[in-house]
Design a protein around this ligand. Sequence first.
Ligand code: XMP
Length: 325
Amino acid sequence: MQKLSDIKEIKLEDLKPDAFIKQQIKEISAAVGKGVAINALSGGVDSSVVTMLGHRALGDHLRTVFIENGIMREGEPERVVKLFKGLGVKVELVDAKKEFFGALKGLVDPEEKREAITQTFYKTVFGRIVRESKAKYLLQGTNYTDVEETVAGIKRQHNILEQLGIDTKKEFGYQVLEPIIQLRKTAVRKVGKALEVPEEIYNRPPFPGPALATRVIGEVTPKRVATVRKATAIVEEELQGTKAFQWLAILHQDKVTGIRANKRDFGQQIEVRCWDSKDAVTGTPTELPFETLTRLADRITSEVPGVVSVTYNVTKKPPSTIEAI
Ligand code: XMP
């Protein structure tokens, strides 16, 4: 990573997307030459834009991997791989579900769960792939907000190399390339549009890095993720037409007494949240029609096995947060 103080923001009003793209392609090509670069694609806006810039600059000399961590939304890994295939980009799907669930086993504390996911991604899985690939360059989607948060000490570390636990300069001579480091999210979306990335990617509603694990209260097991994944699919289907900022489903830890086929059913609870917000810093619950809420409850309790109760969060952020962990 460059020295933080040397990085200058390119403001949205000053951004000329086509010139920016040309410049980044030139810089990536010049840096990598005939070598090989690697990057991890998640399907989010930042990593998608970096993948397209790298692809345009390097073609087959860019190796793009999608790490299937087991906590993605329904059909997401396959959808992202297929979508990029349509754009001419080959993406390798790496199945790392066992490693992630192994690391999450027995953890209930939110911060411990986040840490386990970060460590498994950077150290165990991506670290191994990078070492095996013998790539000398890593393309990373660090953006200007990440730089600011690093400076402010909000996020501990944004340098992938240090997260890998490797002094790569000394040991391997790796170089990190961060083509969107001068842009904030809105500017990154604009570059994505100019790169002809589909709108469903460049205008994607926010989704957290630790994925569905941020929506499972208590232990993150394959079974519990399957429950929240199904509920998420229903919430996304029902609310995608709303103008809200973000919508999600959360699986609670406590069970409650329900009734099914005239029998007591001690089952699980799903909480639905839907947010109006500009920047995710503050938020208010969207005033969804009661009819929408009851439809969500009917569908979730009938289509998601084991769920007997659905609630809607009516708390503002703060004191709530957008996600549950
Ligand atoms: P919270 O829950 O902190 O979320 O109110 C604010 C916004 O950030 C997203 N979020 C994350 N995004 N990694 C991310 O990339 C994370 O660990 C993470 N946690 C929360 C969240 O979806 C919301 O848009």
